[in-house]
Design a protein around this ligand. Structure first.
Ligand SMILES: Nc1ncnc2c1ncn2[C@@H]1O[C@H](COP(=O)(O)OP(=O)(O)OP(=O)(O)O)[C@@H](O)[C@H]1O
Ligand SMILES: [Mg+2]
Length: 262
């Protein structure tokens, strides 16, 4: 077994998170833990609060109650760019790419946070900038190889089929070399073959780079297959948390989610 794959200590802990929008309670008293190197899935019906929870984890939303501890430090207030600097990357439920730009350039945007030289330094320290550029290119080319999208590296993203666009989005997130990768429905709208490919890439990322993954997914087959643990939300409340087999047999989960057609 790959040593990277060994599940480690708790890397992120959310405690008693509550969050509402006007009268809508998106999250009610949610606590969950993410362990190093695991694949954790968050499931639940539409509107259950899954995306809101990811938004809390990466600092897009600031919950009214509760706290988040990441790598042993409890956050004061988190902003998305700080989360990114600390190694948290994500993809979005709706594809968020520059459609007119090439695959290569889109993935390159994921390197922005890794660039240390600013504009003035770029003018003065040409050598350093060059070295950074070479390193960035190298990482991006490796990701392109890894995701098997060499053949479309120069193609504008808007011209690619949906499944490949989702793969490019994964590439953009990987370009930040994250410790914790948050994926919001990376397989939504895909056909069976595209889903299988995406599953393979997610597991390979987890396996080869040791990246911790939190995944929102509706396809129960996929969830049961690739998750180490599963957290179930329903109407903003947590109704299940455990290994896939436990969750599958949890009556509250069956009633709320598995029993309903989605
Ligand atoms: N920015 C926002 N402003 C107002 N309401 C919001 C906002 N974000 C989420 N909500 C509300 O919070 C609740 C949970 O939404 P969320 O998007 O987290 O659900 P979800 O589980 O991701 O659903 P889906 O499976 O449809 O993506 C919903 O009622 C939603 O309308
Ligand atoms: Mg959502």
């Amino acid at each position: 077994m790959n040593p990277n794959r060994k599940i480690g200590d708790v890397i992120l802990k959310a405690e008693n998170i509550s969050m509402s929008f006007g009268g809508v309670k998106a999250l009610t008293n949610i606590s969950l833990e993410v362990r190093e190197h695991e694949v954790l899935s968050i499931i639940g019906p539409n509107g259950a609060g899954k995306s809101s929870m990811l938004n809390v984890i990466n600092g897009v939303y600031h919950p009214q109650e509760g706290k988040v501890t990441y790598k042993g430090r409890t956050r004061d207030k988190m902003e998305p760019h700080l989360a990114a600097k600390q190694g948290i990357a994500r993809t979005f439920q709706n594809i968020a790419l520059f459609k007119g730009m090439s695959v290569l350039d889109n993935i390159m945007t994921g390197r922005n946070l890794k660039m240390h030289t600013n504009f003035l330094q770029q003018a003065w320290y040409w050598g350093r900038t060059q070295r950074e550029e070479i390193k960035n290119r190298k990482v991006v080319e490796e990701i392109i190889d890894f995701l098997e999208i060499q053949h479309v590296r120069k193609t504008p993203v808007g011209r690619l089929p949906y499944g490949l666009q989702k793969r490019v989005e994964l590439g953009r997130a990987l370009a930040a070399e994250p410790t914790l990768l948050l994926l919001d429905e990376p397989m939504a709208g895909m056909n069976v073959e595209e889903k299988q490919d995406m599953c393979r890439f997610i597991l390979d990322v987890n396996d080869e780079f040791g990246t911790t993954i939190v995944l929102i997914e509706h396809d129960m087959g996929v969830v049961m297959d690739i998750s180490d643990r599963v957290v179930v939300l329903d109407y903003g409340k947590k109704i299940g948390d455990g290994i896939p087999e436990e969750v599958r047999q949890n009556p509250a989960v069956i009633a709320a989610y598995l029993g309903t057609s989605h």
